[in-house]
Write a protein that binds this ligand. Structure first.
Ligand SMILES: Nc1ncnc2c1ncn2[C@@H]1O[C@H](COP(=O)(O)OP(=O)(O)O)[C@@H](O)[C@H]1O
Ligand SMILES: [Mg+2]
Length: 275
């Protein structure tokens, strides 16, 4: 079999004495869409940041296309990241630039393309996310949901081989969520892109995922508590998984913990501009 696109082995990360990721191992094959799910604060965004090399683990290995990311120099990481599209929760758009200029950024930074081509690609990508005609507005002049879609258009500007998306549809209405999901599906199925998507929208997760992992909270903090195909996850006999995918308020995931996590995040972390 060919080398997996992503291979994570025994990944652990502590912040101080708090273990946030613990014994994480999984692989992502070409063309897969891996869904990372789990309650708020379970370590989903932290896991993504480790995979793209913007955080270093306490221990463990992360390989992308067979190359060890955890030992890579900044220059090597920059080179590798040319193959990524990144659509991050806190990866805000530049407020001083227009929507069109924001989408054009990766093109201007990373490739030698003529201005005509840049304009064409910007139009095409904005059309893909349903934002034709908005290129001259500033991020402050559009809604939070629209900003999210601009973020995705920017992430796919260079037709990446590998897309990382952190909650791409949170705060979007069901129709826009379907549009974004369809776009991810088109890119993965037709262009063979590989994607890693963090989401707690279960409709979206089952629509686009080919493989899913769920991270635990509480005693199971940062451990994979379930992994499998969407079908296997749906049939999982874990009460935590069933509670999560069916959105039930009562179950083994304690509400008090969820509330504490919420407060911690609200007080301790930057708030996403579009929530
Ligand atoms: N840079 C950091 N320093 C200290 N703690 C952090 C840092 N980043 C994340 N955490 C903590 O790690 C836990 C997981 O965070 P995160 O990955 O953002 O969760 P999720 O994306 O699943 O909601 C949280 O308790 C958070 O407070
Ligand atoms: Mg997160």
């Amino acid at each position: 079999m060919s080398v997996p696109v992503i291979e994570v082995r025994d990944l652990a990360r502590k912040f101080g004495d708090r273990t946030v990721l613990n014994g994480i191992s999984f692989t992502v094959e070409k063309g897969d869409t891996l869904i990372i799910m789990g309650g708020s604060g379970c370590g989903k965004s932290t896991l993504l940041r480790h995979i793209i090399g913007s955080m270093r683990p306490t221990s463990g290995s992360i390989k992308i296309y067979g190359e060890e990311v955890t030992a890579m120099s900044p220059a090597a990481l920059d080179k590798l990241r040319l193959r990524f599209g990144m659509n991050f929760q806190f990866g805000a758009l530049l407020q001083s630039l227009t929507v069109g200029q924001n989408v054009a950024l990766p093109l201007l930074e990373n490739s030698r393309v003529s201005p005509d081509i840049v304009d064409l690609v910007v139009k095409l990508k904005l059309e893909l996310v349903g934002l034709t005609g908005f290129e001259h507005l500033k991020p402050a002049e559009i809604s939070g949901g629209m900003r999210k879609r601009v973020g995705l258009a920017r992430a796919v500007a260079l037709d990446p081989e590998l897309l990382f998306s952190d909650e791409p549809t949170s705060g979007l209405d069901p129709i826009m969520t379907a549009v974004i999901d369809q776009l991810t599906l088109d890119l993965t199925r037709k262009l063979d892109m590989t994607a890693v998507v963090v989401t707690h929208d279960m409709v979206s997760a089952f629509r686009i995922g080919t493989k899913m992992i769920m991270l635990g909270t509480g005693k199971m903090q940062g451990k994979i508590i379930a992994m499998g195909t969407p079908d296997e996850i749906r049939k999982s006999d874990s009460p935590e998984v069933q509670q999560f995918i069916n959105g039930q308020p009562d179950g083994p995931i304690p509400l008090k913990l969820a509330r504490e996590d919420y407060l911690e995040r609200l007080l301790g972390q930057p708030r996403p501009e579009d929530l």
